[in-house]
Each structure stands twice: as C-alpha cells, then as structure tokens.
Design a protein around this ligand. Structure first.
Ligand SMILES: C[S@@+](CC[C@H](N)C(=O)[O-])C[C@H]1O[C@@H](n2cnc3c(N)ncnc32)[C@H](O)[C@@H]1O
Length: 240
C-alpha cells in the first residue's frame, strides 16, 4: 500500500538527518518539499540533496506556500497542496514530504496532515521526527533549554507580541523563533518586563549553513550589532 511520510530534515546540516529519514527519502518515488515561491529554492530540499541518488530519477515536486499571514490565501494553498500530495499517493506512489527541523513545530506539514487525514482517513500516513532548530542551537552555544523546575516559553516573533512581557515574568527561558527581523521589538519588551540584565542572551542565524552566525552575551550587553536580520534566526534568553 503506498504511503505518505512527513519527514523532519533537521536544521540545515545534512549530517543531522536521522538514519530513518535518509532511508525513507532514498526509497520514495516522489519527494515533495515546500518553497515560498516558484523562484526560490526549497531549503528542506537543499538539506537532503547530498543524499539523493540522481541516477534513480526520483520525482521532485516543489509545493508553493507563500509567506503571508492572510488566512484565506494560506488556506487556499493548504487545500491545493494537500490535494496534490494525496492524489500522488492515490496514484500508487510512495511520497515523502520534507520539512525543516521537526514536522510538528511551526511546519506546513501540520496543515497538510490535517487536510489529508480529514479527506482520506484510509490513507497510510506516518511521520519521522527531525532535530529541532532550537536544540541544535542549544548544542552549539551550550545552553540548557530547561533544567530542574524551569519553565520554557516558545514564541513566534512575527505575530502579536503583546503577551511577551507577561510571559517573560513567568518563565525562566524564552525561545523566540520565526523571524529575526522582529527581535529588536522583542528585546525592548524583555527589558520593559524587567527580565534581568545578567540573563544569558544567545542569537543564531542560518544554523548549519556556511553563513551561520552565532552570538552569546548578556541581555544587558545587547546592542544593534548583536541582532540578526533574517527569518531563519533563533533567540534564546535565560535567567541565570
Ligand atoms: C516555520 S519555523 C520551522 C521550525 C522547524 N519546524 C523546527 O523544528 O525547528 C521556521 C523558524 O525556525 C527557526 N529555524 C529553523 N531552522 C533554522 C536554522 N537553520 N537556523 C536558524 N533558525 C532556524 C527560525 O526561527 C525560523 O524562523
């Protein structure tokens, strides 16, 4: 029976693919991957390109998910893309869908899975987890994401940030994902919330790539040069 597998490809370094992910990708008939538009490469696909055997001529399908917060546009693409994916499986192909990091953290897979499960309850669907970007970052900078009784908040920075001050008062560790271009606003809010100046502040951009940037300091030492400018950025602040 043909199946659909959602695969987390980790944060960018092909060496951080799981053995199970490599086997599933190499055995697939069709490899599907997200991209923000036709002209842009799929980051998830670029992570796995070293392990794809070109001589096998596996079909590769790039699915477009525009970078927008417009719910109507997003839902239209979720429906269209999930139909493309389901139709391919129904035609008898084993399909894998690649996502950066893990498929169940802020990933397009979540919407694909939900749609396809609702429309094709009989379809065989499974998921292979991937190494989450924030844990890769923790390893690189040597910060524990949580220890003992510590509470952690994961916050997407590109949405409404009005609750950040309250969350900061009630958490020991805050992890900000989704878009380094908003981190200047995040830092102002942290300072306004009274988050201690001696807290660890670590920021990473494009982890696992040739142009990776990593900085570690205290919250009190942060200035404009400490920030990153790209979507693929992570910020961790931790009380000491
Ligand atoms: C749509 S979310 C996907 C998260 C992913 N599913 C995971 O498990 O890490 C994209 C965000 O993840 C973070 N991210 C993922 N990969 C990254 C990398 N290689 N370097 C820096 N940040 C990364 C960034 O915060 C980025 O804005």
């Amino acid at each position: 029976m043909p199946e659909l597998i959602g695969i987390g490809v980790g944060p960018g370094d092909p060496d951080l693919l799981t053995v199970k992910a490599v086997k599933a990708i190499q055995n697939a008939d069709t490899i599907m991957c997200p991209a923000s538009n036709e002209d842009r490469p799929s980051i998830a696909l670029s992570v796995v390109s070293p392990i794809i055997d070109k001589s096998k001529n596996q079909e590769i399908v790039k699915l477009i998910f525009p970078m927008t917060k417009d719910k109507a546009i997003l839902e239209k693409h979720w429906k269209e893309n999930s139909k493309i994916m389901a139709d391919k499986v129904l035609s008898g192909k084993n399909v894998v869908y690649l996502t950066v990091g893990d498929p169940y953290l802020y990933s397009t897979w979540i919407y694909m899975h939900r749609e396809i499960e609702a429309n094709h309850p009989e379809m065989k669907i499974s998921v292979i987890p991937g190494i989450v970007s924030m844990f890769t970052f923790a390893s690189k900078v040597g910060i524990s994401i949580a220890e003992g009784a510590e509470k952690v908040a994961i916050i997407p920075s590109c949405y409404d940030l009005s609750s950040v001050k309250e969350i900061a008062k009630n958490s020991e560790v805050l992890v900000f994902l989704k878009d380094g271009r908003y981190f200047d606003q995040v830092i102002d809010l942290l300072k306004e919330s009274g988050f201690p100046e001696n807290s660890i502040f670590a920021i990473g951009q494009d982890l696992g790539t040739d142009h990776e940037i990593i900085r570690k300091m205290t919250l009190g030492e942060v200035n404009d040069d400490s920030l990153t400018t790209k979507y693929f950025s992570i910020l961790v602040v931790k009380r000491v």
